[in-house]
Ligand binder design. Structure first.
Ligand SMILES: Nc1ncnc2c1ncn2[C@@H]1O[C@H](COP(=O)(O)OP(=O)(O)OP(=O)(O)O)[C@@H](O)[C@H]1O
Length: 313
């Protein structure tokens, strides 16, 4: 069974005064498989938060359906939301004047669960904040508040975690720790995670699948490793000794998008759609009697892939 099935989802906001309509989510469909970490990416205003709010029942869709572990959120809201725990932007699932322990007890209680102290401490200990159990949330650092929000989400026993910008404002050490925690949650605790983030390092480190939203639509939905592989296979740098020859001669044969002159070399950057293309290019260079100095695959990171899709760069 899928953890989440979103079908033809639409959200239209209507401005109060002008009655102007804004289509924030424009007919999107996607699935999240049980046990996976699904990253929802996109530039500011793409519609990520609106999508997440609809999934956790805070906003009513204008059209379309959402099923969580087979329960339709509009037809059987209670059963659907029972599976979900959300950590939204700004730690909205925390009371700042309560302690982490009190927050966990309170929010578990709302869901009809009597949280035992030992269980709460086990979660806090696991997150490394058991010594903050009785401090007020407002006195904790940003990273500890973020961990507290996660502790509250975990205390509810929900199988599906929705995390909106979980590493926002965290320092490098806490971000790295957070990545480990997320992986551990899916691998050891059978949790499913949907996260929205601008943190490309987080995506690269933990995501199984990646969807990129732009202007309310999903423009790519792909296995992360596959995306990285495809992009890795595409980018090449070829260095050719010039020996007094004009680099434009080679650029035309290579259909190169750009090149740099480095001393006696010209370095060409290529985007190849298949490895066959590389062979045909080498043929052409041979015909031109080009002296090839080196051929390198470009390194890719998620930021590059993201920019490519969003800006077409
Ligand atoms: N309550 C609202 N009323 C009217 N318009 C809204 C409301 N909330 C969001 N919007 C608009 O909907 C669009 C999508 O916003 P949303 O917050 O879902 O984007 P996002 O992808 O989460 O962006 P960010 O990365 O900046 O958090 C934006 O144009 C935003 O201005």
């Amino acid at each position: 069974m899928k953890a989440l099935e979103v079908r033809d989802l639409v959200k239209v906001y209507i401005r109060r005064k002008s009655r102007e309509k804004l289509v924030a989510v424009n007919n999107i469909s996607f699935d999240v498989r049980r046990g996976e970490i699904f990253a929802l990416l996109g530039p500011n205003g793409a519609g990520k938060s609106t999508t997440i709010k609809m999934i956790c029942g805070l906003l009513r869709p204008s059209k379309g359906s959402i099923e969580i572990f087979g329960n339709d959120i509009q037809k059987d809201r209670k059963s659907a939301l029972r599976h979900i725990s959300a950590v939204l932007e700004g730690n909205r699932n925390l009371y700042w004047r309560l302690t982490p322990l009190e927050n966990m007890e309170y929010f578990a209680g709302i869901r009809g669960k009597m949280l035992k102290k030992a269980e709460a401490f086990e979660i806090l200990k696991w997150l490394g904040i058991e010594n903050k159990a009785n401090d007020l949330v407002q006195q904790l650092s940003r990273g500890m508040q973020q961990k507290t929000a996660l502790a509250v989400a975990l205390a509810s026993d929900a199988k599906f975690l929705l995390l909106d910008e979980p590493t926002l404002g965290l320092d490098v050490k806490s971000s790295v720790e957070f990545r480990k925690i997320l992986r551990y949650l899916t691998e050891e605790y059978d949790k499913t995670i949907l996260l929205s983030t601008h943190d490309m390092n987080l995506v690269e480190a933990v995501a199984d699948r990646v969807a990129i939203m732009s202007q309310g639509k999903i423009i790519i939905n792909e296995d992360k490793d596959k995306l990285l592989r495809v992009f890795k296979a595409r980018g090449y740098k070829i260095r050719i000794s010039l020996n007094g020859r004009n680099p434009e001669e080679y650029a035309a044969a290579l259909e190169a998008r750009e090149w740099d002159i480095k001393g006696n070399y010209a370095e060409f950057k290529l985007d190849l759609t298949s490895s066959d293309k590389l062979f045909s290019i080498l043929e052409k260079l041979k015909i031109l009697s080009a002296e090839i100095e080196s051929i390198e695959q470009e390194t890719v990171n998620f930021e590059k892939i993201f920019m490519k899709y969003v800006d077409g760069e």
